[in-house]
Each structure stands twice: as C-alpha cells, then as structure tokens.
Design a protein around this ligand. Structure first.
Ligand SMILES: Nc1ncnc2c1ncn2[C@@H]1O[C@H](COP(=O)(O)OP(=O)(O)O)[C@@H](O)[C@H]1O
Ligand SMILES: N[C@@H](CCOP(=O)(O)O)C(=O)O
Length: 432
C-alpha cells in the first residue's frame, strides 16, 4: 500500500472497540462474515519515547496469560504497519487491552486485533468517516490475508467480500447487508483452540463440481435468509418467475420499507456508512461498484410453497467446501453442529472453528410448530402465537438442552450476542 500522506499525530489518546465476527458463514468460505456484538476494547496513549521498543502492553481478560507484551503483540505490529502506510512517524505507545473475544476459536480475534491496531493509527492521523473505514478495511484485510472477518469487524452486519488483482497486488472489496431484526445468534464456545493456520492447511486444492455447485446455490440464498428487505418464497414444479410480486408466506420485515442507516460513533461524531436502495436493503461500502441488488429477490410460482424462515436458514447455511475437510480437527464441534442441524437449528462452524454459530429466525415459525410434546433432540417446536421474546427464550432453552452433553462438566459455554450493526468504533482525546 502506498503512503497516503505524511501524517501527524492529532490527539494524545485513542480508544478503539471492535466486534467479534463469524466468518465462512455456511457456504461463504473466505467471503461471508457476520459481526457479533461481543467486543474487545483497547486504549492507546502516546508516550514520549520515539522508540517503538519502549512500547507498553497491559492485557486484561482473554490472552492476559498468553499474549506477548512487547512490540511483537499483533495489535502493536498492525499499528506500526498502519503508521508506515500513513506516513505517521513511529512513537512508543501504551496499549491497554480489555479482551473478551476468545482467541483461536473462530470468532475473528486475529482480525479484531489487526483492525484495532490499524484503527488506532488511522485515528491518531486524524482520518474520519468512510475514508478511515476504507483505509482500515483495505490494510487490515491485506495483513490478515483474507477479508471475511475484517469486513464485518470494520463495517458491522453481514458482509460479502471479494479479492481482485493477482498475488503481486491484491485489492479487497465488500458489500454490507443490514441483517433483519428477526435473526438471532448463539455461539457455542468449546474448551479447546484451533489455529486458523492449521485449519487452512486441511483444505483440499480442488473440490468436486457438484460440491462447488451446491455451495454457490446456498451462498446465493443466504441474503434472502438474513437480509432485511429481501422477501422470499420457494418454487416447486414448472412455473413462471414473476420477480417483484409478494407471495403468500414471504417473510418481508416491515423494516424493509424503511431507510436503513448505520451510525458509527467516532470521536463523538456521527458517521453514516450506508445507502439504502429502498428495496433490497443492501448497502454498499468501500470500493464497491455496481453490485447493488436491483430488485426484491422474489420468485413466485403458481404452485408455490413458502419456504419459511427456519428451513431457508438451514438450506442457506449448508456447505460442502470447507467444514467437513476440517471436521477431524474439531470433532466435538462437528458433532454439536450436526446435532443442532438435525434438530432444525441452522448451525455452522464459525470461522475456521472450533466455535459453532447458530442462527434462528424469530418470525415465520409455522414449519417448526407441531404443538406436540417434543423430546429435547427432536425438531424444534416453537409456538408461533407466542411473542418474539418467548420464541427466542424457547430456542435458547432448546439449544442448551441439545448441547447439554458437551456443556456438562466442561469449560464449554454458550453466548447469545446481538448482531452488531456498527463495526469498529473509536474515539480520540486530545489531552492525556
Ligand atoms: N486481542 C488480541 N491481541 C493480540 N493478539 C491477538 C489477539 N487476538 C488474537 N491474537 C493473535 O491471533 C492468534 C489467533 O488467531 P487465529 O488463529 O486466526 O484465531 P481466531 O479464529 O481467533 O482469529 C492468537 O494466537 C494471537 O497470536
Ligand atoms: N476464511 C477464514 C476464516 C478464519 O476465521 P477465524 O475467525 O477462524 O480467524 C478461514 O477459514 O481460514
């Protein structure tokens, strides 16, 4: 990356907060990622020394016992790489990190660390708004080597990212999708770690054509399952597609009609990073050109059958490209994911594993309602007459019941974070 300009320090202290992310979302290997409201916080204070070796690192929470406290710390390395890219003279800093994101578990901790360091440099240099976010995204994705965690960590919500160029000069791009309010997430955090590097080495170079086809079809479905404003139904038999009509059973949130805006607090200023097309609710970010969906993605058919929320989520999170090749590296996680999917919960391995992500749609649950007494491992049953809160509580109860054998007597745990809409946030303070 070229030096942007010869920047100078515009403040004395920078505070940064970055969400956890779940990448490789279902079929979206190296492309789809979701931001979760489960954050690490860091404060950078400029020291008098011009020597980076005088850096001070204080860590609380995750990694306090294991991460380095010198200039080899990933946040610090990313910070100095960004200083170079900005033309910002190197200064020693004190980093105070408050970490909650588990590391080497598939929740994007390395992307979070890199985004934190790059953001601090951008903030010290006085970058703001979209210019800041685009700089952070491009450099952080370059350092991480793949954009699928970095994009939601920077922009929030659901992101679909891609890379252009060749090995000598790569460019990173992303599209941001606001996620419908009915979508709820759980993450099951196992008691063991798996490094992304080791998990990447387990992947084959080639996959069968049928597997590639399945992944393309499921990845194309995901926005319909997750995104506000994209209505859906399924089609059966031969029929005529009439794009734009609203079918019976289509799940179209009322919020789809509203202007979608994402506000990011940054140095006390409001920053708007979204443009809504009023139909598909898809938001463009960064170097995104002409990838906006033009229509509400609905296909109807005379003999239509609605494919309601849960089933669509299940189909849209199927994958044949990466998860099973890595399963032997995280057998307990694979077993948990299978148990949840068999019970009707859309579950995927989060990132490179070993966490498991569960997605649940709190509307349109007719297909999973049978009103009968259900055993804990049977297909989920949620009373559609109940409130959203009651549905989510019931889903929560059932998820915990299904994974009880793994939770029992171990360090496994479950979190239920909101979908994060903001991405990275930062604040600059002039005085120490
Ligand atoms: N908050 C952090 N501060 C510094 N380094 C971190 C932090 N989080 C992660 N890392 C580094 O990234 C490594 C984990 O990266 P990775 O294997 O990609 O797992 P993950 O799935 O959590 O991103 C850790 O071993 C550590 O070196
Ligand atoms: N696409 C990457 C995603 C890694 O995510 P992480 O959260 O495990 O760092 C890969 O599969 O390697």
């Amino acid at each position: 990356m070229n030096t942007l300009h010869d920047a100078t320090y515009t403040c004395q202290t920078v505070s940064v907060s970055v969400p956890a992310t779940s990448a490789n979302l279902g079929p979206g290997f190296d492309t789809l990622g979701l931001a979760l409201d489960y954050r690490d916080h860091a404060t950078f204070t400029l020291l008098n020394s011009q020597n980076p070796a005088d850096v001070q690192v204080i860590i609380e929470g995750e990694g306090a016992q294991s991460l380095p406290t010198d200039a080899s710390h990933l946040v610090i390395r990313a910070f100095y790489q960004a200083c170079d890219a900005l033309g910002l003279p190197k200064r020693a800093v004190r980093l105070e990190a408050h970490n909650t994101i588990p590391q080497s578990r598939g929740l994007g901790s390395s992307a979070e660390a890199i985004v934190t360091g790059v953001t601090a440099a951008a903030a010290f240099a006085g970058l703001t708004g979209e210019q800041a976010k685009d700089f952070i995204f491009e450099l952080a994705a370059r350092i991480e080597g793949h954009p699928d965690n970095v994009a939601p960590a920077v922009y929030g919500a659901l992101t679909a990212s891609w890379v252009t160029g060749d090995a000598s000069e790569q460019h990173y791009h992303t599209v941001r999708y606001p996620v419908r309010a009915a979508i709820h997430a759980w993450v099951i955090i196992p008691d063991y770690q798996l490094s992304t590097k080791a998990a990447r080495e387990a992947l084959p170079h080639d996959v069968p054509r049928a597997d590639a086809l399945l992944n393309v079809s499921r990845a194309t479905l995901l926005p319909a399952a997750l995104v506000d404003g994209i209505a859906y139904t399924s089609t059966i038999g031969a029929g005529i597609s009439t794009t734009g009509a609203k079918p019976t059973g289509a799940c179209d949130s009322p919020a789809a009609q509203q202007q979608s805006e994402t506000t990011n607090i940054e140095g006390g200023q409001a920053e708007t990073a979204s443009v809504d097309d009023g139909q598909a609710g898809i938001v463009q970010t960064n170097a995104v050109q002409a990838h906006r969906s033009q229509t509400t993605a609905v296909q109807t058919n005379a003999a239509q059958t609605a494919l309601p929320g849960q089933d669509l989520l299940l189909a849209a999170t199927e994958d044949t490209l990466h998860q099973r090749y890595r399963s032997s590296l995280m057998q307990p996680s694979w077993d948990v994911m299978q148990a949840l999917r068999q019970a009707g919960f859309a579950s995927t391995i989060s990132g490179a594993g070993p966490c498991v992500l569960v997605l649940f749609n709190s509307t349109d649950n007719a297909e999973i309602t049978d009103g009968a007494e259900i055993a804990d491992n049977a297909v989920i049953a949620v009373d559609t007459n109940s409130s959203v809160d009651a549905q989510v509580d019931e889903a929560d109860r059932r998820i915990r019941a299904i994974i009880e054998p793994w939770l029992h007597n171990s360090e496994w745990r479950v979190i239920h974070p909101a979908i994060d809409e903001h991405g990275v946030m930062w604040q600059c303070t002039k005085e120490a």
